[in-house]
Design a protein around this ligand. Structure first.
Ligand SMILES: [Zn+2]
Length: 73
């Protein structure tokens, strides 16, 4: 029998897609309606539909960054 003490951190993680819209970088969850906007100039962050039991993570990759991984030979 196992007894684990879990921290209060959310157990669920959702990956987010990100894209750029003007001066905003937008992180959009593919599994729920979570969305975070980050303004590149002012640093302002707007979060919508955040849930306390779900942790969201995402990284913004500029267009063209993916090409580097395909350059294997
Ligand atoms: Zn989500």
């Amino acid at each position: 029998m196992t007894s684990k003490t879990r921290p209060s951190a959310p157990a669920i993680s959702h990956p987010c897609e990100s894209f750029r819209e003007g001066e905003w970088i937008i992180y959009h969850c593919t599994r729920c309606n979570y969305q975070m906007r980050e303004n590149m100039n002012s640093g302002e962050i707007i979060v919508q539909n955040a849930r306390a039991d779900i942790r969201h993570f995402g990284t913004y990759f500029p267009i063209g960054f993916k090409e580097a991984f395909n350059n294997q030979n």
